[in-house]
Write a protein that binds this ligand. Structure first.
Ligand code: 4AD
Ligand code: MG
Length: 477
């Protein structure tokens, strides 16, 4: 049996030779032209069937969705719209597809409908493109850090620490919920649980990442994280992937430089390696925007937007400067914000972040030095005692894409911050140890991988850039 050639490779293969293609039928026109797709690229291979000399019973089985093996001769195409076509010699049906009940018809389906059949949506152009780009981005993440000699650390998914405070956690237990063991005092007896203590799914690999960075200097994590917040938005998932570099001997400026370099590298990688898929998604976005009123359409095409992000330095400013801009902004004065900006110290909402990025600066923004009250305990205190060395990277259409900080490396300051925020120091002794045994200035951040995929693909709902999204009320598949 001759070996299969991927359809992507057939487009550049030598013509007038024999090949075997395998894939799924997208359409079959006039009993003669099969559009075959194997997911290796967006484009379909045109297969030409000699219908006069083909068994009619076989022809009937060539339906949308059927899986075929076709052996034939590759020739330079006579028709328009493709460079090569395969003249079918032998056709085998690998898997029949009942056209009556197959949910994917050769027409445009809504993203909402496709979300309900997420097990089949890989077979569409849009999701093929999204998941090839998702792969390219994941690969580029490893390439970026590997080139800079970072060590990839696998931090635990089940965690016994609940101190990060990044969000609500999912508890992990093997206790029988119908018959929970109790202590003499009537509390849940976690000694009887699998780990002998309460455990959760991790919200971030940072704290463990810090331990590794304070020995290996430059590390990153890239793994799944879980948050049980009840956020039913187009930007939140209950299970998402996060990339978290952590760097010893680094301060907030180094951290911002790393974040900006990384984002630019990742976006450039996709522009360079995924041009066919990007062109398709760009057109999809243009078609979608035609439905919107003129003033809501974006001024740039998808690739213009991506190039713009690479070519321009991100705007860097402090939270305090941002509050001034927001307070004096037209939407604030006209009462257009759902959450009006008045006092210094309030947290920024996504509408404020998007105003800064999309209306005021019209480019990615890095906000720094937030009030300590609205940020995590581990961020390094500024000399004024009011703000911490936090940074959030804000992107157009997305809002916050990265959150990070320089870390508090001074034992006493960290301990008193933990006390202030009611974080039990006894349970965190392992974390505090790093500040006792050779502590150094260090910094890191977390990039929400799906938010990046969302930005790069121009999709609008985060549920469409992860194969099987988990969100409140949904853990299908
Ligand atoms: O800002 P966050 O909560 O930061 C941390 O977890 C830090 N421990 C990171 C670090 O310094 N190492 O989350 C980081 C990023 C956010 O900027 C956002 O892009 C993404 O993770 N994110 C989510 N993405 C999808 N769904 C959610 N529910 C998310 N929550 C955060
Ligand atoms: Mg954050």
């Amino acid at each position: 049996m001759a070996k299969r050639t991927r359809i992507q490779d057939l487009f550049t293969a030598e013509v007038d030779s024999q090949y075997v293609a395998m894939g799924w039928v997208r359409t079959f026109r006039n009993n003669q032209f099969i559009a075959l797709n194997d997911g290796s690229c967006l484009a379909n291979l045109q297969v030409v069937v000699d219908f006069e000399n083909t068994d009619p019973a076989l022809l009937k089985r060539i339906t949308t969705g059927a899986a075929l093996r076709i052996e034939g001769t590759l020739i330079a195409s006579q028709g328009k719209g493709q460079t090569v076509e395969l003249i079918a010699g032998n056709i085998d049906i690998l898997g029949d597809c009942d056209a009556e009940t197959f949910p994917l018809q050769p027409k445009k389906h809504s993203l909402e409908f496709l979300r309900e059949i997420a097990h089949l949506r890989f077979r569409t152009n849009t999701f093929g493109a999204v998941f090839r780009i998702r792969h390219a981005l994941a690969f580029a993440v490893h390439e970026f850090f590997h080139n800079r000699h970072f060590v990839y650390i696998h931090t635990p998914i089940i965690t016994g620490s609940d101190a990060e405070g990044a969000g609500e956690m999912f508890q992990v237990t093997t206790l029988d919920l119908h018959n929970v063991p109790k202590t003499d005092e009537g509390a849940i007896n976690y000694k009887k649980d699998f780990f002998g203590k309460p455990t959760n799914l991790t919200v971030s690999g940072q704290l463990e990442g810090e331990l590794a960075a304070l020995a290996l200097s430059d590390i990153y994590t890239f793994g799944p994280t879980f948050r049980a917040e009840n956020s039913n938005t187009s930007r939140h998932l209950a299970e998402f992937w996060m990339i978290e570099p952590e760097v010893a001997f680094a301060d907030l400026d180094d951290n911002m430089d790393l974040a900006e370099d990384m984002l630019k590298y990742l976006i450039s990688y996709v522009l360079k390696h995924c041009s066919e898929d990007l062109a398709f998604l760009e057109q999809r976005l243009l078609d979608e925007e035609k439905q919107k009123p003129q003033q809501e359409r974006s001024e740039m095409t998808l690739r213009e937007k991506l190039n713009f992000c690479i070519e321009n330095p991100f705007e860097r400013l402090t939270y305090t400067e941002a509050i001034d801009i927001l307070r004096n902004s037209t939407p604030n004065k006209k009462g257009k914000f759902q959450y009006p900006v008045e006092k210094w110290g309030t947290d920024l909402q996504s509408e404020h972040e998007r105003y800064l990025v999309e209306k005021h600066f019209k480019k990615p923004v890095i906000l720094t030095n937030y009030p300590k009250e609205i940020k995590a305990f581990y961020m390094r205190m500024d000399d004024d005692g009011k703000t911490v060395r936090a940074m959030d990277v804000l992107f157009p259409g997305i809002g916050e894409i990265i959150g990070g900080s320089q870390r508090e490396e001074r034992y006493d300051v960290l301990l008193s911050r933990m006390e202030e925020m009611h974080i039990p120091a006894e349970e965190m002794s392992w974390f505090l140890d790093t500040r006792r045994f050779g502590s150094v200035p260090h910094a890191g951040f977390g990039l929400g991988f799906e938010r990046l995929v969302l930005f790069v693909t121009g999709m609008t709902n985060i549920r469409d850039v992860i194969p099987f999204p988990r969100f409140p009320g949904n853990a299908e598949f």
